[in-house]
Design a protein around this ligand. Structure first.
Ligand code: PMV
Length: 359
């Protein structure tokens, strides 16, 4: 039998890095978070998930993830079924073929679920021709992966904690143009898939998580928003590092402790701490994985790179992907005494945009 297929939609979504982290759920089915969080969207030209969606008369669903056949998991169906419920009876019957690819390591604590679920939500909304706002779509993406809701906007984004599906949405606080010289450096210390998913780890330490979410995080949210309003880099950097340390303290002190950071992550934290004396010019932050995102400003990037390259070791010059301002011929001069081996350093701006339609 030959099934009729429909035109293929291809979209791309950026990922995001939280400066104030989401950790803990009040409702696991709906992914309602214990606390509000704040993130920067990572430049869509640097890190993205590209997803193609094709509807077909064959009512079978299929997922190909990074060129391999993969399972349509419960969280994917939560997104699919929610969007189907907004769609026409004709569309509901159709099968969905999803092909999705990340241009960066999957599930190594680099928010691949964020860009992946945002791309799926956005792509499917296009395939079904739905007229939903970015805020509404952020709520649907949240059902698949909490942090995905924040990928719906460029710039600085807040995801609000609330007690119902319709209210826990993401919104943009500032567009990327508001602070053009913010930069991120991603350091790849490990490319392995993480062993404990964030959802599992979030079940482990409810008491400490609640203390963090109810007492420390709300103050940090207030302060970091003020930091962005005042463009106080020092304030933002201080809160970002405090938050990352707090998150990993809670994770590592559960009854069944989980350790996402490795020895290289710890070395990089120390390098940044030394770089920040006497003035704070960079901040590290780690999600549920060992690869840091380092926040800095364009004016400090050169110094930061020189400091990092004199201590962390790349296997080849090509593992350094930074802006043209940095002369790659200089790498050798700095690497002579570098000891901490890493797989790559990638510079990124803050994304101007959330998900986009490619064709
Ligand atoms: O979106 P999830 O369910 O993979 O949770 C991610 C949680 C952190 O990345 C650790 C923090 C955050 O706010 O993104």
């Amino acid at each position: 039998m030959i099934f009729r297929s429909f035109s293929k939609i291809t979209v791309r979504s950026p990922t995001n890095i939280a400066l104030v982290k989401y950790w803990g759920k009040t409702n696991e089915e709906l992914n309602l978070p214990m606390n509000s969080s704040l993130s920067l969207t990572v430049d869509i030209d640097q890190f993205y998930t590209q997803t193609s969606i094709q509807l077909s008369e064959n009512n079978k669903d299929r997922l190909v993830l990074n060129k391999q056949e993969a399972e349509m998991t419960g969280r994917i169906y939560r997104v699919v079924n929610t969007l189907k419920s907004y769609s026409t009876p004709d569309n509901i019957r159709k099968g969905i073929e999803i092909e999705s690819e990340n241009n960066f390591p999957t599930a190594a604590g680099m928010a691949s679920s964020a860009s992946g679920l945002a791309a799926l939500t956005f792509g499917l909304s296009k395939a079904y021709n739905l007229d939903l706002s970015s805020e509404e779509l952020s709520g649907v993406a949240r059902l698949g992966s909490g942090s995905a809701c924040r990928s719906f906007f460029g710039g600085v984004v807040e995801w609000t904690a609330a007690d119902s599906h319709g209210k826990s949405l993401a919104k943009q606080l500032h567009p990327s143009e508001y602070w053009d010289d913010l930069r991120l450096l991603v350091i790849l210390t490990d490319l392995e898939k993480k062993k404990v998913s964030s959802t599992k780890a979030m079940r482990l330490n409810q008491r400490m998580m609640l203390e963090r979410s109810n007492e420390r995080v709300p103050l940090r949210m207030k302060e970091i928003k003020q930091g962005f309003a005042d463009k106080s880099f020092e304030k933002i950097a201080r809160i970002t590092m405090e938050e990352s340390d707090d998150l990993h303290y809670v994770i590592e002190n559960a009854d069944k402790p989980v350790k996402y950071l490795n020895a290289r992550s710890e070395e990089i934290k120390n390098i940044i701490k030394r770089f920040n004396s006497p003035g704070v010019r960079a901040a590290y932050t780690f999600d549920a994985g060992p690869n840091p995102f380092i926040l800095t400003r364009k004016q400090d990037m050169r110094d930061l790179l020189e400091t990092l390259l004199s201590q962390i070791k790349l296997s080849t010059e090509n593992d350094l992907k930074v802006s043209e301002d940095f002369d790659k011929k200089l790498i050798k001069n700095f690497q002579a005494k570098a000891e901490v081996p890493v797989y790559g350093i990638i510079e990124s701006k803050i994304s101007k945009t959330g998900p986009i339609l490619i064709h």
